[in-house]
Design a protein around this ligand. Sequence first.
Ligand SMILES: O=C(O)CCC(=O)C1=CC=C[C@@H](O)[C@@H]1C(=O)O
Ligand SMILES: [Mg+2]
Length: 361
Amino acid sequence: MTPPHPAPPIPSLEELAISARVVSIPMRVKFRGVLERESLLVRGPAGWGEFCPFLEYDDAESAPWLASAIEAAWFGFPSAVRTRVPVNATVPAVGPDAVEGVLSRFGAVGAVKVKVAEKGQSLADDVARIGEVRRLLPDADIKVDANGGWEVGEALVALDALSRFDLQYVEQPVADIPGLRAVRLELRRRGESVLVAADESVRRQEDPLLVAREDAADLLVIKAPPLGGVRRALDIIDRAGLPAVVSSALDTSVGIRAGVALAAALPDLPYACGLATVSLMAGDVADAPLVAQDGHLPVRDVAVSEEKLQRFAAAPARRQWWLDRLGRAHAVLAGVERDSFGRENDTGKSHSGNTGSTGER
Ligand SMILES: O=C(O)CCC(=O)C1=CC=C[C@@H](O)[C@@H]1C(=O)O
Ligand SMILES: [Mg+2]
């Protein structure tokens, strides 16, 4: 196990705000209730970074997303050990008749992640959706993501019904860590091969390592932004000692670049990553978006297009909302700096803080 990376300094709010661009990009299909994805992009000496916590997240939970954007734009990424990253297609909770259209956006892929347990839908809806994926892609690895939508008993019933589709893993079948552990142990007892992955139990948890310590998951789904960036995510994966699947935060190609950097830096990458989600969006900020080619994303930088930034520019009121949020998240990061190191709050001074220890999210 390696020690945590030293926390780099953070730029001042003025340095961040001067380059800030806010975009609003329509989704091709509703995903996690989102129809328009809003995001704030900043430009620093190392390139662009993306700050896009979901709208309902509070300032404490948003702060690591800013640390991640600062890492990308001011410090860049660790070295890559591979030149491309295998990715899955992602199928939202659509009806079976819409599955083929969604899959066609991703090109040829060897793995598919399917959303299940959507509010207002039934297990029969999940069976129909996954059945259609299996019919179209008989040899693909299929994984499902319940976003904590089941109780333990419901998860076991559902996974029994879905076992005919030979699932690779189930992501966050239930909401809490004791529940994850219970589902995992019962699946093992039954001799089921489907693995249990933790997502929200890592990224929305005070202690992202608790799920691993509790033996509650076989693998971790890791998103760089909520964990404070690529370096901090690498530390968490290292300390957890579990295989990791890197997944998107439904970001533009700028944020996806950070996910690709994380996946590219991992010594082991046994599963396809959930990083192909730009294909779920009806636009992007890059002329050459990071979308799947033959089931992979290339490990490369992203050139942001001024024309696209203008085309997808958010309305003035939304831009102001994001700038206000940027200021509040920056204040949280500066506060973390003071708490961790006992120094003065340096908010507003240049390159004076750090982006570490954002565990409260
Ligand atoms: O993992 C994937 O295939 C795509 C990314 C994805 O599913 C998600 C991105 C952002 C927010 C989440 O609701 C969702 C997830 O739960 O993993
Ligand atoms: Mg998930």
